[in-house]
Design a protein around this ligand. Structure first.
Ligand code: SF4
Ligand code: SF4
Ligand code: SF4
Length: 222
């Protein structure tokens, strides 16, 4: 019979082996768990990202060499896309359906960003959405009269990292289309593979990304 020490060694060996297999993928991908705050069904995005990744040769033994991806179905951003090479955050642009609004003010109460202008002094008051809106959808969920709607967008961000010189990812573009999100990912991977470094560690990687997006007419030249 094996003693405790032998069991421990066996388990330790298995855990090391598994760790190495996981490391060999070269990617660290986090999709948020999609809870009741979700604004988008990210399943299409998920399968397309997995499809792109499975075709790319990128091996990384060490954690800091892995290309990091984070996708969140609302601005709460639980997958921490801000510190990833490539991040996606779903959000809405709230719109009032004027004739359905009963001027109850529940949307105003629900907004944690103080991004709604509303006065309780006027019985016919309608909410106005301010530029500080982050598109979380709390107002939409709070409205019992379904008077708030909103198209879903994806904010694509890139270049975030932790470590010795941490930085937040920068906004690259905003789109409704999953295929545009995937185009950005493909360029990010191409830049990384050519430079043999993960995107956030490549010099001027964001500049190069924007240049390529302009060449492909995905981004407008500013
Ligand atoms: S990012 Fe939003 S939808 Fe995703 S788990 Fe967090 S709160 Fe839920
Ligand atoms: S919660 Fe709905 S009905 Fe009430 S003020 Fe806001 S939009 Fe109008
Ligand atoms: S979407 Fe969120 S941040 Fe924007 S107005 Fe509604 S509750 Fe406020």
């Amino acid at each position: 019979m094996k003693c405790f020490y032998e069991h421990f060694r066996e388990l330790h060996y298995i855990s090391i082996t598994l760790h190495k297999i996981v490391d060999k993928t070269g990617f660290e991908i986090v999709f948020c768990r999609v809870c009741e705050n979700s604004l988008s069904d990210i399943s299409e995005l998920k399968s397309k990202i997995r499809g792109v990744i499975s075709n790319k040769a990128w091996e990384a033994e060490k954690n800091h060499e892995k290309i990091k991806i984070g996708v969140s179905a609302c601005p709460n951003a639980c997958s921490a896309p801000q510190i990833k090479d490539f991040g996606v955050i779903a959000f809405i642009k709230p719109k009032l359906i004027y004739e359905k609004c009963m001027s109850c003010g529940e949307c105003f109460r629900a907004c944690r960003e103080r991004a709604i202008s509303f006065s309780f002094n006027n019985s016919n008051e309608k909410p106005t959405f301010l530029s500080s809106c982050i598109g979380c959808g709390d107002c939409m969920r709070a409205c019992k009269f379904n008077a708030i709607t909103g198209d879903v967008y994806f904010k694509v961000i890139a270049g975030g990292k932790l470590g010795r010189h941490p930085k937040f990812a920068e906004e690259v573009l905003i789109t409704k289309k999953v295929d545009i999100v995937i185009e950005v990912l493909k360029i990010i991977l191409d830049i990384s593979i050519r430079a043999k470094r993960r995107f956030s560690y490549v010099k001027n990687s964001l500049m190069e990304l924007r240049k390529r997006l302009i060449e492909r007419q995905i981004l407008q030249d500013r």
